[in-house]
Design a protein around this ligand. Structure first.
Ligand SMILES: C[S@@+](CC[C@H](N)C(=O)[O-])C[C@H]1O[C@@H](n2cnc3c(N)ncnc32)[C@H](O)[C@@H]1O
Ligand code: SF4
Length: 390
């Protein structure tokens, strides 16, 4: 009789090796990623104002099934979690549900973020039954606010569809299904944040996560919606929402409060839930956190490009031309591993605003507190960038 595969043991062994390699700051790894983000398609049926793909429409791609087969054979057995989207709407992909099933068969805790417009009752029930981690992007508590940001969306129809979640959950109470609302907080919708808790309760969400607007590839008019231009209002709404969350069934996750003149040094306890492994004890890095993503994560785009995390703008290689192993241990990824937790990280790492990144979500505060030599390095990098651009 063929012995059944012990998925949990395979994953635990791989994770133990990854942790050891991270602690030794090895640049060539034997461990495989613990987390994979796969963009199955970059097509989208929306044109959201905050989204870079609306302003720089990409050439449309669907992930090649040969690539999925290769990932299934080489990486799925070791994966703990997977997130199935990047830029694009996953539910526009006709192969999406089949891929999700292949992942859950490998005991991978799969999740994805959706604009919710193509959700049907049948699909929703399937996701609840399979214990998927579903993120719904809802950037307003009313149709008026929502349409300012997502003009193609029908707010009422999406909320009505997701309002079936509490009933479906009661059919599969032990499935492990989780529903999160993603709320990208900007000057256009921040006043709705406290009321989002009621929307969350209506659709049976476990949590609401408010996110900072990433401005890198947005036109100036939209980049200006960033709350760093209205920090006092942002902090006030954060406080109101936080107070309301004390008596709500929905957990609220906020980005760090915006810097005010008396902002204290970075407090890592704020980022605790997102940091996989604690800061390296013998690290020379002056940054508050040691980022472990280059040891644990890979992001695969629909065109086959592979990146080390969602912040990195550059591809480390392409799966149409190279094996995953060649890219994972290739020169680009090795360099990131060598530099990210050093005194002189590369620019995208220095600019990172993720909780799990080296700034622990507090880029502005960290920059102000860096030693002189590190700030000098930043200036040097900026000058080099300007010269390269000319
Ligand atoms: C790019 S979307 C792809 C998935 C799906 N189409 C959706 O809208 O949920 C993934 C997440 O990124 C968020 N997002 C889009 N543009 C952003 C930006 N400039 N800054 C921060 N988050 C952004 C979206 O709100 C969504 O929650
Ligand atoms: S629905 Fe998602 S991928 Fe599509 S434009 Fe909006 S944020 Fe971008």
């Amino acid at each position: 009789m063929v012995k059944p595969i012990d998925w949990e043991q395979l994953k635990a062994e791989n994770e133990a090796i990854a942790r050891q390699e991270f602690q030794g700051q090895q640049t060539v790894l034997t461990a495989r990623p613990l987390f994979l983000q796969i963009e199955t398609t970059n097509r989208c049926n929306f044109n959201c104002k905050i989204c870079e793909r609306s302003h720089h429409p990409p050439k449309p791609h669907m992930i090649d099934m040969d690539i999925v087969d290769m990932l299934e054979e080489n990486l799925f057995p070791y994966l703990r979690d997977s997130s199935l989207q990047s830029f694009g709407e996953p539910l526009t992909d006709p192969n999406f549900d089949a891929l999700l099933e292949r992942m859950t068969a490998h005991r991978i805790h799969a999740g994805f973020t959706t604009n919710g417009s193509l959700m049907t009752e049948e699909r929703l029930e399937g996701y609840v039954r399979a214990g998927v981690f579903l993120c719904l992007s809802l950037d307003g508590a009313t149709a008026e606010t929502y349409n300012r940001i997502r003009p193609n969306g029908n707010f009422e129809a999406i909320v009505a569809r997701f309002a079936q979640v509490p009933r479906l959950r009661s059919l599969y109470p032990d499935s492990g299904f989780k529903l999160r609302i993603h709320f990208v907080a900007t000057t256009q919708n921040i006043d709705d944040l406290p009321a989002m808790l009621e929307v969350g309760e209506r659709i049976g969400a476990d949590e609401i996560e408010a996110l900072n607007l990433l401005t890198l590839r947005l036109p100036a008019t939209v980049a200006h919606w960033s709350l760093e231009h209205d920090p006092l209002r942002a902090n006030q709404r954060f406080r109101e929402a936080q107070e309301k969350a004390l008596t709500s069934t929905v957990t609220l996750k906020l980005p760090p409060y915006y810097d005010e003149p008396d902002t204290p040094p970075v407090d890592l306890s704020e980022a605790r839930n997102y940091i996989l492994w604690p800061k390296l004890t013998d690290s020379p890095s002056p940054y508050p956190n040691s980022c472990s993503d280059p040891w644990t994560l890979a992001v695969i785009s629909a065109n086959g490009d592979v990146r080390p995390c969602c912040v990195w703008p550059y591809s480390m290689g392409n799966l149409h031309r190279q094996s995953f192993e060649e890219i994972w241990n290739g020169p680009g990824w090795q360099k990131i591993r060598r530099r990210v937790n050093s005194r002189f990280p590369q620019r995208p790492c220095k600019e990172c605003t993720l909780w799990s990144g080296i700034n622990a979500g507090r880029k502005e505060t960290v920059q102000k507190q860096l030693p002189f030599i590190c700030r000098l390095h930043s200036i040097g990098q900026e000058v080099a960038r300007i010269f390269r651009a000319h």
